[in-house]
Ligand binder design. Structure first.
Ligand code: SF4
Length: 208
């Protein structure tokens, strides 16, 4: 079966996949994911190492000078919006959740800058919940492998993946698809010649 082959190959390429965002606490992870929109994990890690050192608590982030936050966050893009999100998330967590990020997706998506993908990535990484965050890599790879149609939106891709793969694999599958898309099945110049999924890939002819 095609899905079994995909799981087999992904396990071979990435037997122990890890999230590449650095974090120490639940809120650091949530904020790092929010900052990662339209940016790279590498850049986010550079920014958060400064941000969380200078403002080492939610209280400190809540009362931080907005201009200072914007300056620190600047390299990840959309810095005004993201600085506002970070400060609002800190405020809501302090005032409504005793500083603990909720485990409930419906509550999470009420936070500014947090949508379905961000909440899925957070829940699967921090609480090991079965969820598939469909980011740009997961979407691209899923479509190339014929797991979804090119016209499908991200929610449809997520639903198709959940239907095709067993629930206990979702969290790991998300990480593996991200890493596969980031280092192997890249947006530009994917490594098709050496790809172990070449025989089942819908895009191979375009890239060989
Ligand atoms: Fe990606 Fe190429 Fe492999 Fe297809 S054959 S999955 S496009 S790297």
């Amino acid at each position: 079966m095609k899905t079994n082959k995909i799981l087999e190959v992904l396990d071979y390429y990435f037997p122990n996949p890890q999230c590449e965002l650095n974090y120490h606490t639940d809120y650091e992870l949530l904020m790092a994911i929010v900052l990662s929109a339209q940016s790279t994990d590498k850049r986010v890690n550079q920014v958060t190492s400064i941000l969380f050192q200078k403002y080492p608590s939610l209280e400190a982030l809540k009362v931080a000078n907005r201009g200072d936050l914007e300056e620190i966050i600047h390299p990840v893009g959309s810095f005004r919006k993201k600085a506002e999100y970070i400060q609002e998330i800190a405020r809501i967590l302090c005032e409504k959740y005793q500083g603990i990020v909720p485990q409930d997706r419906e509550e999470l998506i009420q936070f500014p800058g947090v949508g379905r993908k961000t909440s899925n990535v957070f829940l699967s990484e921090y609480y090991h919940y079965p969820a598939i965050g469909v980011d740009t890599h997961v979407e691209r790879v899923s479509k190339r492998l014929g797991l979804a149609y090119s016209k499908d939106d991200v929610l449809t891709v997520e639903r198709k993946l959940m239907k095709k793969f067993p629930k206990e694999k979702w969290a790991t599958l998300h990480l593996q698809l991200v890493l596969f898309g980031r280092y192997h099945c890249k947006a530009m110049k994917p490594e098709c010649k050496n790809c172990l999924l070449l025989d089942i890939c819908h895009e191979k002819k375009k890239n060989l």
